[in-house]
Design a binder for this molecule. Sequence first.
Ligand SMILES: NC(=O)c1ccc[n+]([C@@H]2O[C@H](COP(=O)([O-])OP(=O)(O)OC[C@H]3O[C@@H](n4cnc5c(N)ncnc54)[C@H](O)[C@@H]3O)[C@@H](O)[C@H]2O)c1
Length: 265
Amino acid sequence: MLLMNPVEDQTSHFATYPSLRNRIVLITGGGSGIGASAVEHFARQGSRVAFFDRALEPSAALVEQLTPLSLHAPVFFPCDLTDISALQQAIADVTAQLGAPQVLINNAGSDDRHLFEEVTLAYWDERMAVNLRHQFFAAQAVAPAMKAAGAGSILNISSISWMIPGENVPVYNTAKAGVVGMTRSLARELGKAGVRVNCVLPGAILTDRQRRLWNTPEYEAEIFASQCLKRNLLPEEVSRLLLFLAADDSSAITNQSYIIDGGWM
Ligand SMILES: NC(=O)c1ccc[n+]([C@@H]2O[C@H](COP(=O)([O-])OP(=O)(O)OC[C@H]3O[C@@H](n4cnc5c(N)ncnc54)[C@H](O)[C@@H]3O)[C@@H](O)[C@H]2O)c1
């Protein structure tokens, strides 16, 4: 559900972060699910949001929905993140249009199921390109301006899937474990310039895609049995953690991984 801009919505009981107002925030995979919720939440904070996605229709619809509610209308840049040259060009386009990103949320990913025995070299490469590679190159592209500014927050979305571990997603799990290692490497690389890098590991978050593809009554029962909280977790609950980690309120936090899973782990 779309929420009101806090600039107008005095009834919200969630935090407003003054440091996020006018901040340039780039979100990958912002067209649906957790990414779309993040686009909405940063727009509500008055941030200047750019987002990448390869799904044109939902992305355009999101911009249309949020524009009248936002201090700065979010800007959609169509981009297939498996094409690294296109990703680098899109980041240059964001910089030219909005300014250099001060926050990067490496969110895009896909948990398509696959059997260990059937994974081919081509499928391995494609899953890594969808779930890990673009996160590294997006960070590499935004880092110079963040380093020059002496500040920045990069948030990489992993998953608890590799820790449970989830079945029938061995390459996804490998990529998502890689996201944690990459986070710790980049936090060390960029920390000396004042740039923070953290990782967020969601559990089962009820997005439209999850509802459509995997959320059978049996799977939901399994989730509730595994979690301490016996209810579905929602994208906005992840977004609120992202807001905190992007804002200056978390200024001393870097090199960390945050699990948000209702107590599954
Ligand atoms: N929903 C969950 O339960 C859950 C749990 C753990 C981790 N995650 C992670 O959270 C992130 C968001 O997941 P979600 O559930 O919101 O997924 P989603 O499928 O609802 O949204 C992902 C978005 O990324 C876009 N995208 C995917 N590949 C892309 C590409 N190559 N180029 C451009 N855009 C691309 C899709 O079009 C989509 O809009 C992913 O990294 C996912 O692995 C989700």
